[in-house]
Write a protein that binds this ligand. Structure first.
Ligand code: F6R
Length: 368
């Protein structure tokens, strides 16, 4: 049942190229230059897309991290203001509604209690709702106005990997389609984004083929007390997910910080040998984050850099570097997250922990 892998998590990590491909192929239709994103099954029409004035992405845990990443991509491509909210907070606020809003609920299980209640609240407020869900026929899928399914297949390991990756894809597809419908990108740019999306599965495969290096690195740091993940923009969103993967299955305390925020307090936690992982896929933000990394190095941190092939000068600063293939920067998070999933996984294995069923956690959180 684990397909020859030791744990479901590793099996599911390896299923990501296929899961991502299946999700892309479910919404990208046509051949060659005629390819288009088809949201007919989602039921989101062009008029409806043009009317959106504000988007809220509401979710919990890793699904909330998908919201954080989607925010950058939707705002950048489609120019619609996006707010990302934890479902357990969204529910208990006043939420003034001005104009036409779309609430996107992201949930693998479709049963998370807070996400379901947030969906109900949004509907009461007269907001349009769209659910990005993996489990067909789940409560959230049944109650939302529109449903965009992720095609990850069943996910067994408590720590999400392939569901997260397919949720990200849905976020990108919405961003690109919203941009197109609202006249913000021309056909050439549209085709380019579709090609870049369709190229992701193969690039994920390539990263997975080099996993032994991450395994070696994980064994070196499996006794760590704290690990910090930093990045700016989309790299911050990916840091959040990398940090959660690490702490939930390896039980090592870790934090993700927006790189510029570290020096406002948290940097006092950096000691000799503390592992600090810098995520560096965004060209414009690269130098700034590297400079935050070196600030930490001068306080004793051991630096791991995660960047794209070509940025070899990072080796002047970082003690260990993982390279990922180049991709359009909006979508690079889909690649950067893979080594971080592997790092969490191998750290857990090195510590002899129950990777698939970490303590105190349930796959589906149906309590509030
Ligand atoms: C972390 C993880 C959780 C879930 C969260 C929401 O690896 O899996 O953080 O992302 O509990 O669950 P769903 O997506 O089912 O609503």
């Amino acid at each position: 049942e684990k397909g020859g892998y030791e744990h479901f998590m590793m099996k599911e990590i390896h299923e990501q190229p296929k899961a991502v491909k299946d999700t892309l192929n479910s919404y990208i239709k046509g051949e060659g230059e005629q390819k288009v994103i088809d949201l007919a099954d989602v039921g989101l029409g062009e008029e409806e897309i043009k009317e959106i004035e504000q988007i809220y992405v509401v979710a919990c845990g890793s699904a909330w991290h998908v919201g954080m990443a989607s925010q950058y991509v939707i705002e950048d491509l489609a120019d619609i203001p996006v707010r990302v909210e934890l479902a357990s907070e969204f529910r208990y606020r006043k939420l003034p509604v001005n104009g036409k809003g779309l609430v996107i609920i992201v949930s693998q299980s479709g049963e998370t209690a807070d996400s379901l209640e947030a969906l109900r609240l949004a509907k009461q407020k007269g907001l349009k709702t769209l659910a990005i869900v993996n489990v067909v026929g789940s409560s959230i899928a049944r109650e939302a106005d529109h449903v965009m399914y992720t095609f990850a297949g069943p996910e067994i390991a408590v720590a999400t990997t392939k569901a997260y990756s397919t949720q990200l894809i849905c976020g990108y597809l919405l961003a690109v389609q919203f941009a197109k419908v609202r006249g913000l990108i021309d056909d050439e740019k549209y085709d380019y984004y579709l090609e870049e999306l369709l190229a992701l599965p193969e690039k994920i495969e390539k990263i997975l083929s080099d996993k032994e290096r991450i395994q070696w690195f994980a064994s070196k740091f499996s006794n760590a007390h704290d690990i910090f993940f930093i990045g700016r923009g989309l790299d911050y969103a990916i840091s959040l997910e990398g940090s959660l993967k690490m702490k939930e299955i390896s039980y090592i305390h870790s934090e993700a910080y927006a790189a510029g925020e570290l020096k406002h307090g948290t940097i006092s936690l950096i000691e000799n040998g503390t592992l600090l992982i810098g995520v560096l896929t965004q060209k414009q933000l690269y130098e700034k984050t590297v400079s935050n990394m070196t600030e930490c190095k001068s306080r004793g941190a051991y630096l791991m850099g995660l960047t794209t092939y070509g940025h070899y000068e990072i080796e002047d600063h970082a003690d260990f570097v993982v390279y990922i293939p180049k991709a359009d920067e909006h979508f690079a998070g889909s690649l950067a997250v893979i080594p971080l999933q592997l790092l969490g996984y191998y750290t857990s294995v090195a510590k002899g922990l129950d990777v698939d069923k970490p303590r105190n956690l349930a796959k589906s959180v149906t309590v509030e």
